[in-house]
Design a protein around this ligand. Structure first.
Ligand code: NOJ
Length: 532
């Protein structure tokens, strides 16, 4: 961390951007079928403009049998009819751009749907055929090939291999309806570069890359022997996570985007153990940014947060990449609930918002966090659609709890999610009546009002966004840092009121996540921004 102020005025937008994640099934439904869609998103773009974000990342909206809510793509160059048409996607892009919002689409390169034409052709073709060579087909072990080729397990539970009718097995690190592609095959490489161009030519501003750490597999396919966790961050030498060969893929992609005008961006979903491993994906000729899961996973205590922040900035600045700060997404328990739920979780989430938006770099907002939505923990099993729920007999796979449709207005479900009274694909809790956009809009103490104020200040204050930070000495559960030339963020992570550091004694309070004490102390779980 150096101490030069702010970012250069001509720095690319993504170094500072606040990017709002839209999970299309659950954002806004235009036609009343209970599932969100692209026209629904279009209608709500002014809301996002008013919220004050810079860009949207939209989770997959491609044709898909929806075995994994669209992360099982059957055609990378079209739009799933439930969500709309390619013309809707074009209109969304045009309208977003007119409002000054960038648009990032989700790219799923590790696997296709089993209903993709390539996989259908692979099943119809014999072992050893070029059609099968696009995927990871192998003969089984055992006398009749009845034992899977190795002991790898699916991220969603159960074996990572499924047997085709003729006896060969295919690899799927996720659901059996998500066969893994073979990235050593030049045809796969060429196809994805062509898919990138398809969307770049339509004018999109970037790609979020699904499972970016998973594309390369050890050709020897050694057994894991139960030693290495599947879902979480990878360890060095793992046969299918974070292997060196993936970097060549991203160098090729970077050559594609670099040939386009405008600052097109890649953001990697890279689950690895350390910020140093992450930084390798962000070298100058690879991806531009990646989600910072170290920060998302940090506990709510000053030491963990500070360590996560320092380690991230140190590792990423070494390769010249900006950090990104993320608290929630469609795969993790919403942070209000993670931070303790109820009032406590709510205050901590408010404090975390001001911390997140004051840190140097970009930030992500997952739809609904600006409303303070909690995780829905009591969805009935028969309504759950997370494939991991089925594959683990209900022991895992609770991601539907953070995917419940957004409450926009009114006193009862569907809370304006769709027209009329038709119910959404997952039921909304009745007490979300208090959390609708409509309710919060008129309430200056609401979570929505906090996000709007913070995002407005973030746009106005030259210190915020990309740049550097320096810690101010504090004790106990207080964190404080300066963004030069004249901004300080103080976070009371603890439970008791604490005075801000001397550095802000003569400063002016710009915003606090909750009201400060009359003597200026920060209540527990409160953050404040000061001009100094
Ligand atoms: C990560 C995505 O965020 C998640 O939702 C999906 O299930 C897996 N990748 C598999 O594509």
């Amino acid at each position: 961390m150096g101490d030069e102020p702010g970012q250069p005025v001509d720095a690319p937008w993504w170094r500072s951007a606040v990017i709002y994640q839209i999970y299309p099934r659950s954002f806004a439904d235009s036609d009343g079928d209970g599932i969100g869609d692209l026209p629904g998103i279009r209608a709500r773009l002014p809301y996002l403009r008013e919220l004050g974000v810079d860009a949207v990342w939209i989770s997959p909206f491609y044709p898909s049998p929806m075995a994994d809510a669209g992360y099982d793509v059957s055609d990378y160059r079209d739009v799933e009819p439930i969500f709309g048409t390619l013309a809707d996607a074009d209109a969304l892009l045009t309208e977003a751009h007119a409002l000054g919002l960038k648009v990032i689409v989700d790219l799923v390169p590790n696997h296709t749907s089993d209903e993709h034409e390539w996989f259908r052709a692979a099943l119809d073709a014999p072992p050893g055929s070029p059609e099968r060579a696009r995927y990871m087909f192998r003969d089984g072990r055992g006398e009749h090939g009845e034992i899977p080729p190795n002991d790898w397990i699916s991220n969603f539970g159960g074996a990572a291999w499924t047997r085709a009718a003729d006896g060969q097995w295919y690899l799927h690190l996720f659901d059996s309806k998500q066969p893994d592609l073979d990235w050593t095959n030049p045809e796969v490489v060429a196809e994805f570069e062509s898919i990138l161009r398809f969307w770049l030519d339509r004018g999109i501003d970037g790609f979020r890359i699904d499972v970016a750490h998973g594309l390369a597999k050890d050709p020897e396919m050694p057994d894991l022997e139960g030693n290495w966790a599947t879902g979480g961050p990878a360890v060095e030498g793992h046969p299918h996570w974070d292997r060196d060969e993936v970097h060549e893929v991203y160098r090729g992609w970077r050559r594609v985007t670099d040939a386009y005008a405008g600052d097109r961006v890649f953001v990697g979903e890279v689950w690895v153990q350390t910020p140093e491993q992450l930084a390798r994906y962000l070298r100058g000729d690879e991806l531009h940014t990646a989600f910072n899961f170290t920060y998302l996973l940090a506990g709510w205590d000053a030491k963990s947060l500070r360590t996560a922040i320092d380690d991230s900035i140190d590792a990423l600045s070494a390769v010249g990449a900006p950090a990104t700060w993320v608290l929630s997404n469609h795969d993790v328990v919403r942070h209000v609930t993670r931070y303790g739920g109820g009032d406590l979780g709510n205050h901590r989430a408010r404090a975390a918002t001001l911390l997140t938006l004051a840190l140097p770099g970009g930030a992500y907002v997952y739809q609904g966090e600006e409303l303070g939505l909690p995780e829905v923990v009591d969805l009935p099993p028969e309504l759950r659609q997370d494939p991991a729920f089925g594959r683990t007999q209900g022991e895992d796979g609770f991601r539907d709890g953070c995917r419940v449709p957004i409450p926009w207005s009114g006193e009862a479900p569907p809370f304006g999610f769709g027209p009329g009274s038709g119910q959404p694909w997952l039921p909304q809790p009745a007490d979300w009546a208090a959390l609708t956009v409509e309710k919060q809009q008129g309430d200056p103490a609401s979570m929505l009002a906090l996000y709007r104020s913070a995002l407005e200040l973030r746009r106005d204050r030259p210190e915020l966004g990309d740049g550097t930070m320096s810690w101010i000495d504090t004790d106990g559960e207080l964190l404080a840092f300066r963004r030069d030339p004249g901004f300080v963020c103080v976070v009371n992570v603890g439970g008791e009121p604490a005075p801000p550091p001397d550095a802000v004694r003569d400063g002016a309070l710009l915003l606090s996540s909750d009201p400060l004490e009359p003597d200026g102390r920060l209540p527990g779980a409160t953050s404040a921004w000061y001009a100094v």
